[in-house]
Design a protein around this ligand. Structure first.
Ligand code: SF4
Ligand code: SF4
Length: 448
């Protein structure tokens, strides 16, 4: 097998990851959390609590207003002190539930159970039981856009293989790597739950070759016990962890345009999602914490385990604040992340950790002056979706959304590879992604 996917780049030399993958995960428990009622793709949630209510860690506080969302739970015990409306990163108005800790059972900790230390006998867990817990526990993908996981597993397609994305191909981010070092049994138990619930023959955990330490560790466990799990080590190449890229590189198959991987019998989950599934099913704790990498231009880069809703500025403060005056703060990694703040102090940074926040990255802001396209074709060469980004860019600038659609802008995975290589510094990924969003918006409107 060639372990190769179309396009892609080598965006960094790997030293960026060394900033934060050399220290154990730190646990942090804030006294206030601000939990957005939009934590995943699909429907936003509405509060099912009111100001003044007392909640315990794990209580349901938000339910999707229509099909396609995921439940949201209190991540600390305390009192609801405020419910306000705010705009999220995509400018959608959502409710934010603010909980003040009662200092009772609020510690952000992993549920400690046998499943953290050994393989669990899953024979008593039925598919229905696992899906019900997955759905109630508000499980979403922890590595990407946050697709509600139970919806993936309610497919009618026959699933043959589960791919577990342990590539963590985005530069700077190390939260998955550290999770795998510290929680290998919980992850394997979670992967076995995915195999069980899907009826798949096997799962393949896919690493990049910059994580051989943990890959070998997991391989030892799965081969000793004869588990239906394979370990695959892939070349370090961005965006190796993209769903379609992983399918192409590992299985040598292509997901047809406009279809989900389930259409060819494959489901892909992030390694952090496997750990969260084990917490939900075997640890009886909904998805209320996650590991976040805080890195880049901060004094003390690190990975933190925090309750969902922990405020960004507290985490930057814990990491010693910015080490540059020209800070650009990004939620996620440098390739696919969203800019949260340009310049300013970290005290002024607003917003909080959601289920899909893999990192807070501080970079030195360097102004990008776009110049005209020189038709070098580099963006087309690296696009893993096989698109011609410069053509879509022209169409998007002209406002010709129909042409963007004809050029398959909807297949863009927003990986940022095109912008990264463009010598004219054109904001290709931004405009292609915007065009994609507009196409989908128009399609949904016409369906309503
Ligand atoms: S057009 Fe989309 S998929 Fe292609 S390189 Fe650019 S961001 Fe990635
Ligand atoms: S990489 Fe930039 S300059 Fe080259 S073809 Fe694409 S848009 Fe034009």
């Amino acid at each position: 097998m060639r372990h190769y996917f179309h396009g892609g780049i080598h965006p960094a030399d790997g030293t960026d990851k060394l900033l934060s993958n050399q220290k154990p995960i730190r646990i942090y428990t804030p006294t206030i959390v601000e939990i957005s009622m939009k934590q995943s793709l699909g429907s936003i949630c509405e509060a099912v609590v009111k100001v003044g209510d007392k909640v315990s860690r794990g209580d349901l506080i938000g339910k999707p207003i229509k099909f396609g969302g995921a439940n949201i739970h209190a991540s600390i015990s305390g009192t609801i002190i405020e419910i306000r409306k705010d705009s999220d990163l995509s400018d959608i108005d959502v409710e934010i539930i603010v909980i003040e800790s009662d200092n009772n059972n609020t510690e952000a900790k992993y549920p400690i159970g046998d499943y953290e230390k050994k393989l669990i006998d899953l024979s008593e867990y039925t598919k229905e039981m696992i899906i019900t817990k997955m759905s109630y526990g508000g499980l979403t993908g922890l590595g990407g856009a946050g697709f509600p996981t139970h919806i993936k597993y309610e497919t009618k397609e026959r699933i043959k293989c589960i791919l577990i994305n342990a590539a963590e191909c985005e530069p700077y981010l190390t939260c998955d790597h550290m999770l795998m070092i510290e929680h290998r049994y919980a992850i394997i138990n979670g992967v076995l739950l995915f195999v069980k619930v899907s009826g798949a023959e096997k799962a393949i955990i896919c690493f990049e070759d910059n994580k051989q330490d943990v890959a070998k560790d997991l391989e030892r466990i799965v081969s000793d016990k004869g588990l239906p799990i394979e370990i695959k080590i892939l070349p370090t190449r961005y965006p190796q962890g993209g769903e379609r890229q992983l399918v192409e590189a590992v299985l040598g198959m292509e997901v047809p345009a406009g279809n989900l991987p389930a259409s060819i019998g494959v489901i892909i989950n992030n390694v952090g999602t496997a750990k969260a599934l084990a917490d939900i099913v075997l640890g009886d704790e909904p998805l209320i914490t996650r590991v976040v990498t805080v890195t880049g231009k901060v004094k003390d880069p690190c990975n933190y385990l925090v309750p969902i809703g922990t405020r960004y500025n507290e985490l930057i403060g814990l990491s010693g604040g910015y080490t540059t005056d020209k800070s650009r703060v990004i939620s996620g990694g440098p390739m696919t992340g969203t800019c949260l703040q340009l310049a300013g102090s970290y005290d002024e940074l607003t917003g909080s950790i959601s289920k899909i926040t893999s990192g807070l990255l501080v970079l030195e802001d360097a102004p990008k002056d776009e110049s005209p396209c020189i038709r070098c074709g580099e963006c087309e060469r690296v696009c893993p979706a096989g698109l011609a980004p410069f053509k879509i860019d022209f169409a998007a600038i002209e406002g010709d959304i129909k042409l963007c659609d004809m050029l398959y802008a909807t297949e863009c995975i927003s990986c940022g590879s095109c912008s990264y290589v463009c010598p004219a510094k054109r904001e290709l990924a931004y405009r292609v992604t915007k065009a994609k969003t507009e196409i989908f918006r128009r399609r949904w409107e016409s369906e309503d």
